[in-house]
Ligand binder design. Structure first.
Ligand SMILES: [Zn+2]
Length: 478
């Protein structure tokens, strides 16, 4: 048995987060809506209807292309891909075949451990192409019956096809996660895995180590979570390895399999299948798309910061891997952190308040609506600026901010936590009188003796005085 190497390539489908569908004006957000309520004669494929391409979707697909380093083809067009399935009422899908929107890109990514720390070197996966197409409807099988919901039919998709550059299930998942971050960063897709907005077909084959040959592959269809992507690939690699051992070589031809989550195994769907079977031809109802260099330059200028650029920026600020990951993955905290750090010029405190304390109060995936980020940002800046607020109070105040209170209100409501000037003077006088020994030690040069006096003031004020201020005033007095 020779030493074998795994070769993996992915096809990734991501739903674009446009207002309307790809070729009609139907609402593109069907989540939670009753079946077959966001449909019209166009997305239902009625004879005589005409598709009209969605400009917003094309722009989003172009931005996704640029974000993965692909070159946009100035001339490209839609094609019809024919096949019959009950979830596809027109009997064909409008896709792009020989002239896709963009080609030849690459995505750099890292593998991370469970706590978000990088493992190993930067990897690169080539991107063959990105094209646009429309999604099919959704079938639900109930016993003998199958229910059809066409709300999803016509939703704009980007399909991203990679080169066979991935070498393990772990790499495939890390790449897919980075791709998801990129699509979210450029606002092309929400890429919400729970809602099926991102799905994968994974092709895997084995070859002898050192060989450059691409052997026939097994394509695992329709994986809709990172977990199933990893499990399905792990299973299939093992299965192909066993087959190699028994038959003395790779698969004889390409095959298509499905992943059955409950059984934790793949099952055969189709033997062999070629593009010829789909009878592609240029979509006669939509004129070719033409972009000028100027169109593309304009889009480039509008591109937001990509995850790789953010990573560099935060690493330079001295943040830990897991903090960088959090800021990239959760734009809510990123928006707040960026503004607070910029405004206060205090990276250390911004980190502790936004990335540790605030993140403790606001969970990103509990489905609850988050407090308005502008409000929270403004209040955190006010919190840091208010020198009367001590570190001990900070956390409690932050909780109130999350509940919708302003710093001003909190201070007013809970009473000024700090003690006012004259009261403080009085307290300090008393403290000096009550702690003659500590005062003497301090005057004799024992700096830390002041701690005892500060402690006395804190106790006397019921924890309301600001220790830093007490310290300062005491020193002045003594
Ligand atoms: Zn429609």
């Amino acid at each position: 048995m020779p030493d074998l190497e795994t070769v993996i390539g992915l096809e990734v489908h991501a739903q674009m987060n446009t207002k309307s569908k790809m070729f009609c004006g139907c609402d593109n957000d069907a989540f939670g809506k009753p079946p077959n309520t966001t449909v019209c004669p166009i997305c239902m494929g009625h004879p005589g209807t005409l598709p009209a391409p969605n400009e917003e979707a094309i722009k989003k697909a172009m931005k996704a292309s640029l974000a993965i380093g692909c070159k946009i083809q100035e001339e490209n067009h839609f094609d019809r891909k024919h096949y019959f399935y009950p979830d596809l009422p027109p009997g064909f899908q409008i896709s792009q075949y020989d002239f896709p929107l963009s080609t030849k890109g690459e995505v750099k990514f890292n593998i991370s451990d469970d706590s978000g720390n990088k493992v190993g070197d930067v990897r690169v996966c080539g991107i063959t192409r990105l094209h646009m197409e429309n999604d099919a409807g959704k079938l639900t099988h109930r016993g003998e019956k199958t229910l059809c919901d066409y709300n999803r039919a016509g939703t704009p998709l980007v399909e991203i096809v990679t080169e066979p550059d991935l070498r393990s299930p772990e790499e495939a998942v890390a790449f897919a996660q980075e791709l998801r971050r990129i699509l979210i960063a450029v606002n092309s897709s929400e890429a919400d895995m729970f809602k099926g907005m991102m799905r994968f077909d994974a092709s895997v084959s084995l070859r002898e180590k050192g060989s450059k040959k691409l052997n026939p592959r097994s394509e695992i269809k329709n994986l809709n979570s990172f977990k199933s992507l990893e499990r399905a690939l792990t299973y299939e690699i093992k299965r192909l390895g066993k087959k190699w051992e028994e038959e003395g070589g790779p698969l004889k031809n390409d095959i298509t399999v499905g992943w059955v989550d409950d059984d934790e195994q793949t099952k055969m769907l189709r033997d062999k299948e070629t593009a010829m079977d789909y009878r592609y031809f240029p979509e006669p109802d939509i004129p070719p798309l033409r972009f000028t260099k100027k169109d593309i330059e304009k889009l480039k200028a509008e591109m937001p910061a990509l995850p790789s650029e953010l990573k560099l920026k935060y690493e330079e600020m001295g943040l830990e891997d897991f903090e960088v990951r959090m800021l990239i993955d959760q734009p809510y905290f990123r928006i707040i952190f960026d503004k607070v750090a910029e405004e206060t010029k205090d990276v250390k405190r911004s980190r502790s308040i936004v990335l540790t304390q605030l993140a403790g109060f606001i969970k990103s995936d509990d489905g609850k609506e988050k407090p308005d980020e502008d409000f929270v940002t403004e209040q955190i800046i006010a919190l840091i600026a208010d020198e009367r607020i001590t570190k001990n109070q900070e956390k409690e105040y932050l909780k109130d901010i999350v509940d919708g209170m302003t710093v001003e209100q909190i201070v007013k409501d809970k009473g000024v936590r700090d003690v006012d000037e004259s009261e403080m003077e009085e307290l300090i006088e008393k403290a000096i009188e009550a702690n003659p020994q500590a005062v003497e030690s301090f005057k004799a040069g024992k700096e830390q003796a002041i701690g005892a006096i500060v402690g006395w003031v804190m106790k006397e004020s019921g924890g309301q005085a600001d220790p830093a201020r007490v310290n300062e005033m005491l020193k002045k007095k003594l």
